[in-house]
Design a protein around this ligand. Sequence first.
Ligand SMILES: Cc1cc2nc3c(=O)[nH]c(=O)nc-3n(C[C@H](O)[C@H](O)[C@H](O)COP(=O)(O)O)c2cc1C
Length: 185
Amino acid sequence: MSNRALLLVACGAPLAARLGDGVQAAYERGWDPYVVPTDAALPWLAEQNLGGVPVIVGNRKPTEPRRTPAADAVAVVPTTFHTLNAWATGNAYSYPLTTLCAALGSRTPTVAVPYASQELTGHPAWPASLTVLRQAGIRILDAHDGSPTSLEPMVPGTGSQVVDGFRWDWVFEQIDVATRIRESG
Ligand SMILES: Cc1cc2nc3c(=O)[nH]c(=O)nc-3n(C[C@H](O)[C@H](O)[C@H](O)COP(=O)(O)O)c2cc1C
């Protein structure tokens, strides 16, 4: 049996510095990972060893074949303020956003780890977007402790502590939950 395909979408925030660990964790759990970074995430990826995993940047050419198999699951780590709001409103103007909108539309098991400061999360679009995504079945995890039911904003000055303390186990546990929900529904 072939491995399952996992799309790892990364946005432009400091937690993208842990993407290499996510790739390794995916392999250890029997997934075939594909990295789908936003343009803003690329500076964080440049510093990391991604072990030769496919990194899908930008749109494919019309004559080019698909670059990933159909996804069995998607993880968005980190999810920025910008991407979370765009995703919730159905905005698909970049390849990562098209990937996320298609995952939501096809009810592919998806886990998102928002990472945004207090100033941004005070904007009224934020709670509205979280509600839309949760109601569509997206598992939203707190980057501080992996909680799937609560979400604290980033407090200035605590970023490196949160990045270092983040555990990919939280993401894979919730992918399993989302997959079971999908299979039972
Ligand atoms: C050093 C740095 C840190 C940033 N940290 C965050 C962050 O923690 N959360 C966030 O939502 N945006 C953060 N941003 C801003 C996003 O990168 C920016 O809004 C970008 O347009 C997001 O694009 P994307 O959603 O396509 O990745 C940061 C930008 C820089 C340069």
